[in-house]
Design a protein around this ligand. Structure first.
Ligand SMILES: C[S@@+](CC[C@H](N)C(=O)[O-])C[C@H]1O[C@@H](n2cnc3c(N)ncnc32)[C@H](O)[C@@H]1O
Length: 400
């Protein structure tokens, strides 16, 4: 039996934070057959690998547990005509689109009001899928299209070297999601922009503009600011000062305004690193150096699957980590109905999310189970290092 209730955590030991509680009671064992032989670790775990066709599994889940999933990540076959070692990727266009949209409809029912869905796709089907997904979620709930740089080398055998693919992102309810989605942590690059040229005891700071567009300006926002060396500064044409004069004088007295090293420059406000409360707003361009490439992912799999065959189309753990960092919190349920080599489950496990991974191929046993066994015993690859992953937890295996 797999049980989640407000008192039960998923029992992992990563240092990534608190386990959020869930007030629904979810028992996958009511609708699916649990297979003890392939289940590993903690018997009270809420994590599930589900072997079988994802449409059937999704409709069972949607009937039994609507509104329970915080983040769904889908990496369907892209319909590119290839025949990979572990699955075929060749369907008629109409048939492919119908198959994927039938799954997305079930997923919409599974999402919580603050949930989102992220769909990996390439150029061939992106635009058709966007129109179909708009029909399911409503155009208003389209969050955006992320571009992922999947390779950094040039593919010279093709007319165009396709170095990127996409993630189509939808919210169940955009207003709710936009308020709740997580910001990304400050990068070293961003932190390095904070300096301390005046040895301010409050620590490193960066200067930001002190003037704004005059759209809703009041007359009190137009005045001259006398700089340290007596020079008078007026706002540039079409702009006004961000504060009225009295407030600006207070900020100058509190050493919160910077007139440059020589005291003659246009005044700017000091923004301190220590006081910065918000992280970074996610951007739509995801570079290989930040989230890895297909080849990064394959190198990782070479370490994981030494005694079995390599999986052809894995995603790098860093890419999935970014999705889950934005769209979920510890203890939330993450769903991947096209599990492949188990990347989403492995990353969700390391990030203390609860996961439901569905895969129809036999590689759910030969690859996903093998991979997660290693994760449970403290596997060191992928995102383990940055997350401080040390091992623990478990998963239950189901058949539909
Ligand atoms: C592109 S791969 C996913 C790769 C995965 N993201 C990873 O990092 O390894 C797509 C997977 O979906 C599986 N799949 C395709 N159709 C399916 C279906 N109807 N039900 C369940 N799994 C399916 C395939 O067997 C394949 O393993």
């Amino acid at each position: 039996m797999t049980l989640i209730d407000s008192a039960v955590s998923c029992g992992t030991s990563s240092g990534t934070g608190q386990i959020a509680s869930i007030d629904t009671t979810i028992d996958l064992g009511r609708s699916m057959q649990r297979v003890a032989k392939w289940s590993v670790g903690d018997s009270e775990t809420a994590n599930a690998l589900i072997h079988g066709d994802n449409l059937k599994a999704l409709s069972l889940l949607a009937q039994a547990h609507p509104g329970s999933v915080k983040c769904a990540y889908l990496d369907p076959p892209y319909n590119n005509g290839e025949s990979y070692q572990h699955y075929y990727d060749s369907m008629g266009h109409e048939e492919w689109l119908l198959a994927v949209t039938a799954r997305i409809e079930q997923i919409r029912a599974l999402l919580s009001d603050d949930g989102s869905v992220w769909i990996s796709i390439d150029d061939s089907e992106l635009h058709y899928l966007k129109v179909a997904a708009d029909g399911i979620f409503g155009r208003v709930n389209f969050v955006g299209t992320v571009i992922w740089e999947r390779r950094t080398t040039r593919e010279n055998r093709k007319a165009f070297s396709r170095n990127h693919e996409y993630l189509l992102v939808y919210a169940k309810k955009i207003d709710v999601w936009a308020k709740q989605r997580n910001a990304l942590p400050l990068t070293d690059d961003v932190k390095s922009r904070y300096k301390n040229p005046d040895d301010d005891p409050r620590g490193p700071w960066q200067s930001i503009t002190a003037n704004v567009q005059e759209g809703h300006a009041t007359p009190q926002q137009y005045y001259g600011i006398i700089g340290e060396n007596g020079k008078v500064h007026h706002p540039p044409k079409g702009r006004c000062w961000v504060y009225v004069e009295q407030r600006m004088l207070q900020e100058i007295a509190a050493n919160n305004v910077w007139f440059g090293k020589d005291g003659n420059s246009v005044p700017r406000l000091k923004q301190f690193l220590a006081q910065r409360k918000t992280g970074l707003t996610p951007e739509t361009l995801w570079r290989a150096e930040e989230v890895g490439t297909t080849s990064t992912a394959k190198k990782h799999l070479l370490d994981l699957f030494r005694e079995t065959s390599l999986f052809d189309t894995p995603k790098p753990e860093q890419l999935i980590e970014r999705v889950l960092a934005i769209a979920s919190n510890p203890g939330d349920i993450v769903l991947d109905p096209y599990l492949g080599s188990g990347t989403t489950a492995a990353v969700a496990h390391k990030m203390n999310r609860i996961y439901w991974g569905i895969e129809k191929g036999e590689h759910i046993k030969t690859h996903c189970v093998l991979r997660l066994r290693q994760v449970i015993t403290g596997e060191r690859g992928g995102v383990s290092g940055p997350l401080g992953w040390k091992g623990g937890g478990g998963f239950a295996f189901f058949r539909v």
